[in-house]
Every structure is written in C-alpha cells, then in structure tokens.
Design a protein around this ligand. Structure first.
Ligand code: SAM
Ligand code: SF4
Ligand code: F3S
Length: 454
C-alpha cells in the first residue's frame, strides 16, 4: 500500500459495537498508519474521521447518526477538509444508500473492505467529497488480521478465528451484515498467536460470533477444542474467547478448557431467555433444560468458573410466565454477571414481522426486575471473592482515580488496587500482579497488592 496523498493527514477512529469491531478498528488504524497518517486525539481535530458502526440494536443506529451529524458543525480540521467515513455493520447494511441515513458521509466501507479505505479516502478528497465513495461488496473470505496492526494494548490482543454467523436467531441482524461462517486456517491463527507472544502479548481473546463451531466450514467438523490446545501450545499465558453458542459447546471443549491452565476460568454463554417456548421462537435450538444441563457439566469440570451471559427481555409476545422462567434460570445458573437488553426490532429479521401488543412499560418493568436480580447476584459473587488472591493483568490507571490501577482477574472481573508504595505505576502496566481482594463492589473488586509483579 503506497502512502499516496494521505501522508501527514490525521485520523480518528471511533468504535461502536462488539469486540469484532474493536479488532477491525485496530486494523483500520494500522492501514491508515501505513499510509503515513497520524492519529488525532479527538474526531474534531482529525482530517479523517472513521466511525466503526454497529446495528445490533436501534440505539446504536441513533447514536451513530448523532455523532456523525455533529461533524457538520465541528471546527474545520488542519487540512481544511474533513472526510467522514463509515465502516462496520451499518455500512454493510446501508451500502450506497448511506447518504439517506447520514447526509454528511463521504466514504462507506463494508465489513470486508478495510483494505480499500485509503483509496476511497483519496478519491473522496480529490473531489472534495462531492459524491459518495463506497465499497460494500458482499461479505467474502477476507480476514482483517492480514492487514497492518495498530493494537490498543501491547500485552492484550484480539484474534479473530472466524467471521460471520449461520445461526439466524430470529431477532438478530448479524448474519445479514457479517455473512456466513468462515473459519481461518488453524495454522494461520496459531502463527498469529506465536508472533503476538514474541511481541510481548500475554493475553489473547479468540473472536467469532460462535467460536464453538470453529472449523465446521473449513474442515467439515468443529475443531474448537483442538484449536484451544494448539493456541495453548504457543505458550501464551492467558486465553479467553467469545462468543459461545450453547448448542455447539461440546464436552470435548469443556474438557480442553478444564485441562489447559492458560484458558481462563471464565465463560460467556448467552442464554437469551429462560423459557423454552421463547427460545424456540428465537430459533436458539436448545431448551431451558439443555442449557441448565450444560451449565451442570461445565461446573462439574470447572467448579470455580465464572459464567456470564446475555439476556433479551421483551421478545415479541414474551409472557409474564416466560419472564419468570428467565428470572429462575438466572438464579439456577448462578451467573456472576450478565448483559441485559430490551428486545429491539431489526427490520429484515423474522421476529420483526411479529406483532406484539405487550405495553412498553410492562417490558421496562420486567427489564428493571432482571437488572436488579443480576446486580444482586453479581454483587454476591464479588463479595464471595473477598480474602482470595487473584492474578491481575494490569491495564493502567483507573479513569476516575489515576492513583489506582485497574485490570482483570482470571475470572474477567475488573479489579482496582493501589500501586504498592514506592512503585512506579507505569512500570506495572502489562505485569501480572497478585492482588488480595478486600472488598466486593457490585461491578468490581477492590484489593491490595499481595506479591511481586511478574
Ligand atoms: N453471537 C453472539 C451470541 O450469540 O452469543 C452475540 C451476538 S450479539 C452481537 C450480542 C447480543 O446482543 C446477543 O447475545 C443478544 O443478547 C443481543 N441482541 C442481538 N440482537 C438483538 C435485538 N434485536 N434486540 C436486543 N438484543 C439483541
Ligand atoms: Fe446473532 Fe444468534 Fe448469530 Fe449470535 S448466534 S450473532 S445472536 S444470529
Ligand atoms: Fe454490532 Fe456488528 Fe458486532 S451489528 S454487535 S458490530 S457484529
């Protein structure tokens, strides 16, 4: 990729959505760096602003419209011309029609078109943005991991192992904007992790919409357990992965997780609802009993695992009885945390065609009850950690208090602790510090340094 006419211009990337978008944003930054562009601290100061977008819920759409429109009245940037680019899932959905959604957009690039971005920006700037420049070809087989990198963290890395989704949950837009499942070759994933380890990375998070079916398209059968073993053999210290679909989580994968010390004792396993009838209408392909049996097998193999989940409230025609089943499942599965969402109608998905007379305030009431239960359980879980010493991979100073360091425990709980006396906190970033937990707060743990950093 040549530097072309972009060298010396500044860019800013703003990300909405899931970890896949976070990873893609790092590649966008890498591609723009390789053209000689420089990162600007805010969109207002940048010649090129890139929004990496999400459309999984309506709120994400509205959010983007607000932020992109604000660029119209932002001060003129140093070069005298600002180029507004939209990538990610809204770009893939809207394509050439993007200007009817956000009028001041200059460049649209789809989920597989990151490599085209410099060319599109150059074309747009040479015409002062008069026509929309777009590349939103159908999702194909490109992996953004093959592009230049610009990692946010020197010691943590996202590693996509597959893209797309074949599951077509009836509420979800993702398969329409990310295409069908495509797995990366196992040797490519392993080679990337080896290179990351050589570069000082201590923790990787393997990414896919349904990592448990990794390899099915490429090898004719899922090979996620084998991949976990191969990634662990690189010597990387900490392995996480997301997301797991309960219908595809095999006993072989559970055994590999239990056996490999590098696989962190944490699993995000979206349940979505506790009612078998709602799960059937969501096209999730498991029942309440299947899910709870799976949780029992996981806990039998890994008694201390922290389980987290995603739950949707107010799926069309969810009844009070259905909702009570969700509450009881949350208790039975003993989640340590959960992401909770109010159902959001996504045009083009099967659930969007279903009428639902349930009043909005009834759904909001259910949501509030669920949030209260999740908070209570999460707080309980955190209080039970008091007295334990957990290995924290230190990320940096806390946003609220620069004297306090923050990082994650093996169970993926946020931990805050004061830097030991005399220690330079900057030296601790990227180190693993044993921290004794002194207090369990609703959403994080508070502790004190209990050993030498390594
Ligand atoms: N593939 C992952 C999985 O199945 O676990 C996650 C996909 S999605 C990016 C993250 C979460 O958003 C889903 O687990 C679901 O709870 C939620 N979600 C997806 N579509 C939604 C919708 N239409 N309304 C509300 N929440 C939704
Ligand atoms: Fe969406 Fe379901 Fe695929 Fe997850 S598994 S991305 S919720 S369709
Ligand atoms: Fe959003 Fe696309 Fe991820 S819709 S959740 S950014 S796959």
């Amino acid at each position: 990729m040549g530097e072309g006419g972009l060298a010396g211009l500044t860019y800013h990337v703003r990300t909405f959505g899931c970890q896949m978008n976070l990873h893609d944003s790092e590649r966008v930054a890498g591609v723009l760096d390789s053209c000689g562009m420089l990162e600007a601290p805010t969109p207002e100061e940048a010649d090129v602003v890139v929004f990496m977008t999400c459309c999984v819920r309506e709120k994400a759409d509205t959010h983007l419209q607000g932020q992109a429109s604000a660029m119209v009245s932002a001060p003129v940037p140093p070069s005298g011309l600002r180029t507004v680019c939209v990538g990610g899932c809204i770009a893939q959905r809207e394509g050439d029609a993007m200007r009817s959604f956000i009028p001041n957009v200059d460049v649209v690039f789809g989920t597989q078109a990151i490599a085209s971005l410099p060319r599109l920006i150059e074309e747009s700037r040479s015409e002062a943005g008069s026509s929309l420049k777009a590349d939103t070809a159908e999702p194909g087989t490109a992996f953004s991991s093959d592009l230049p990198d610009h990692r946010e963290s020197p010691f943590h890395a996202w590693v996509p192992i597959m893209t797309g989704c074949n599951n077509f949950c009836s509420y979800c837009i993702v398969p329409y904007v990310r295409g069908r499942e495509r797995s990366r070759a196992m040797e490519d994933v392993v080679a990337e992790v080896k290179a990351l380890v050589a570069d000082g990375v201590r923790e990787v998070c393997l990414l896919g919409q349904n990592v448990n079916s990794y390899g099915r398209d490429r090898y004719g059968e899922p090979r996620f357990a084998e991949l976990l073993r191969a990634v662990a053999a690189t010597g990387v210290e900490r392995i996480r992965f997301t997301s797991s679909h309960p219908k595809d989580l095999t006993d072989e994968t559970i055994a590999a997780m239990a056996e490999l010390p590098a696989v962190m004792p944490q699993l995000h396993l979206a349940v979505q609802s506790g009612s078998t009838d709602v799960l059937r209408r969501m096209n999730r392909k498991y029942t309440r009993k299947d899910y709870l049996d799976l949780v029992r097998r996981i806990r039998a193999a890994m008694p201390d695992i922290a389980l987290s989940t995603d739950i949707i409230v107010g799926f069309p025609n969810e009844t009070e009885e259905d909702f009570l089943e969700t509450l009881s499942l949350v208790r039975e599965a003993a989640f340590s945390s959960a992401f909770t969402f109010i159902y959001s109608k996504r045009e083009g998905t099967p659930a969007a065609a279903v009428d639902d007379p349930t009043p909005r305030d009834e759904i909001q009431g259910r949501f509030d009850r669920l949030v209260a239960l999740v908070q209570e359980q999460s707080w309980d879980y955190n209080r039970r950690q008091v007295g334990r010493t957990v290995d924290v991979l230190v990320e940096g100073p806390s946003k609220k208090d620069p004297g306090v360091l923050t990082g994650h425990s093996p169970e993926n709980v946020t931990v805050l602790f004061e830097a030991p006396e005399g220690a330079d906190s900057a030296d601790l970033v990227g180190k693993v510090v044993p921290v004794e937990v002194l207090d369990g707060r609703p959403w994080y743990l508070r502790g004190t340094c209990a050993g030498d950093p390594r």
